[in-house]
Design a protein around this ligand. Sequence first.
Ligand code: FMN
Length: 184
Amino acid sequence: MDFFSVVDHRSSAARLSEPVPGESELARLLEAAARAPDHGHLAPWRFIVLQGASRDRFADTVVAARKVRTPEAPAEALEAERQKVRRAPMIIVVACVTQPDHPKIPEIEQVLAVGAATQNLLLAAHALGYGAVWKTGPAAYDPRVKASFGLVASDHIIAFVHVGTPLAMNPIRPPQLQGKVRRG
Ligand SMILES: Cc1cc2nc3c(=O)[nH]c(=O)nc-3n(C[C@H](O)[C@H](O)[C@H](O)COP(=O)(O)O)c2cc1C
């Protein structure tokens, strides 16, 4: 698939199932992600791949963190949250390990590099014929969830990328061009 075909036809997966990328395909996805522009070559990204039991433990962590944030949440809401995570056949957690006091590279640039890596990952998944969707939500900002991945509060979870074989895709949106062209 050529580049524009990949970009123009990517959309988020609405439903995913097995099979997920195998070892060599996963390596290809992560290498593509790590080719993102990276000011200062800090490699601030961390990719944590979850499948099977590790995905289920992550679901437990998400639910436990939600119980702390909102103790009044009904059991059905907690169960729905657990099942949302468990429905993903593979989750790639994309985190940014920040250097907030870096003398040259502002933190926002470190975060942007990991955002660019996430987009590379989505495009690479599409190019290999898989579906993917970039998810966040309150769990991404929860210090307990961060700690479960060995991250500290100043680090950022940029995305929980759900990956698998698409059963349903979002419609492809027309590009919303904003801005001006000034050629002189
Ligand atoms: C920073 C960021 C966070 C996102 N978080 C979520 C999310 O929590 N849940 C979700 O369904 N989609 C999330 N998305 C995906 C967008 O909603 C999705 O890309 C958008 O709706 C456009 O759909 P498309 O990817 O099919 O073009 C997120 C995207 C970005 C860039």
